[in-house]
Design a protein around this ligand. Structure first.
Ligand code: HEC
Ligand SMILES: [Cu+2]
Length: 352
């Protein structure tokens, strides 16, 4: 009785789990942006990886069906029956044909999987970089991303803007991947595979996003305590939106309105505290590079690598103690008074 009840409980749990999977599948497939997903590729490398994964799933699925089918067949056909005698069934030792078959066929399958995978890896890696390509340098930090656009003189953090790439106007982006500290891994599943950022070993990857929109990613290599909160947001812009974004990022720091005393006081606090040792605000005395560049902080939708929306309230609690939003973050609590914190937030919110 007890066992039966727990069995039916397990069964209903499995049913609920299956229902959840089935219901969330279309959400992933349509590329809804609640989580990074592999099921709606939106660039050439991601698409090739997706096709390869379906091919692998097809072969391994066929193996599963054959093995499970034969197993079920044997279990049912040769089950013990009342009419069976006491004696053992005939014992068979060795069959060269059977052993050859179960060695050669799996070896052939592995060779096919290996060759198709290698072909796709090399096709993606060896794609020549066209002249129209955009170059971006990505630097992994514990626990945030630095993005530099050398051609435009832009430095930003955590939110990458790229132009859309169409067959008539190909505009792929080539990323050079570096690390400031430990191993990280850049992974935006809808755009491409995973590539590690290794100290002193530059890596490369590229993608040609085909649909404008927001694509989410994640550091995919355990890099320390806040590894799980090292998210990536890729905004794929139309050519006009991208040009406008570049232009806005290239604007120098806007002098705060001298009338607004809270803002100028906030700037003073920022520049006399240790903030300047870790953060850059282009055009001011702040030239630190340990933390994200704040020159255009307000152009970003989130702070601290996608952890919280970029609102004055969140900025306030971040500056009071980064550990409340992101335990283990490498920015210290700055011990400012409530008043000073308000002033610094007033200043930061002018950084468009
Ligand atoms: C010891 C270096 C250090 C000091 C000092 C420091 N920060 Fe930071 N700050 C960081 C690091 C590192 C991050 C990124 C943390 C993360 O996302 O894991 C950061 C993140 C931030 C962010 C979020 C930026 C973004 O785009 O995500 C803001 C805003 C910020 N700091 C403001 C300040 C202010 C204001 C001060 C001075 C009161 C200050 N910081 C002092 C290292 C520092
Ligand atoms: Cu990381």
């Amino acid at each position: 009785m007890q066992r039966q009840r727990s069995l039916s409980l397990t069964r209903s749990r499995i049913f609920v789990l299956a229902l959840v999977c089935v219901c969330t599948f279309p959400a992933f497939a349509q590329g809804q942006q609640t989580m990074p997903g592999i099921l709606a590729p939106a660039s050439t490398p991601a698409h090739e990886i997706y096709v390869l994964s379906q091919f692998v799933l097809l072969i391994t699925g066929a193996i599963f069906v054959v093995v499970a089918g034969l197993l079920a067949f044997v279990i049912i056909k040769f089950r013990a029956r009342g009419s069976d005698g006491e004696h053992e069934p005939a014992q068979i030792y060795g069959s060269t044909q059977v052993e050859l078959a179960w060695t050669v066929i799996p070896v052939l399958i592995v060779v096919v999987l290996f060759l198709t995978t290698a072909r796709i890896i090399f096709a993606i890696q060896d794609a020549p970089e066209p002249h129209s390509a955009l170059d971006v340098t990505v630097v992994g930090h514990q626990f945030w991303w630095e993005f530099r656009y050398p051609k435009f003189g832009i430095v930003t953090a955590n939110e990458l803007h790229l132009p859309v790439s169409t067959p008539s106007a190909p505009q792929p982006t080539y990323l050079q991947l570096l690390s400031a500290d430990v191993d990280h891994s850049f992974w935006v599943p809808q755009l491409g595979g995973k590539t590690d950022l290794i100290p002193n070993h530059p890596n490369e990857m590229w993608f040609d996003p085909q649909r404008p929109g927001l694509y989410l990613g994640q550091c995919a290599q355990f890099c320390g305590i806040e590894h799980a909160k090292m998210l990536i947001r890729v905004y794929v812009d139309t050519p006009d939106e991208f040009a406008a974004w570049v232009k806005a990022q290239q604007q120098p720091f806007a002098q705060p309105d001298a009338q607004n005393t809270a803002v100028s006081a906030g700037r003073r606090v920022f520049e006399t505290e240790a903030c300047v040792n870790c953060h850059t605000i282009y055009g001011t005395a702040a030239k630190g590079t340990f933390g994200p560049d704040l020159t255009h902080l307000m152009s970003r939708a989130t702070i601290a690598a996608g952890i919280a929306p970029n609102t004055p309230e969140n900025l306030r609690s971040w500056i009071q103690d980064p550990n409340t939003l992101k335990p283990g973050a490498l920015m210290p609590a700055m011990q400012l008074s409530d008043h000073e914190t308000d002033e610094v937030v007033a200043y930061l919110t002018t950084l468009h």
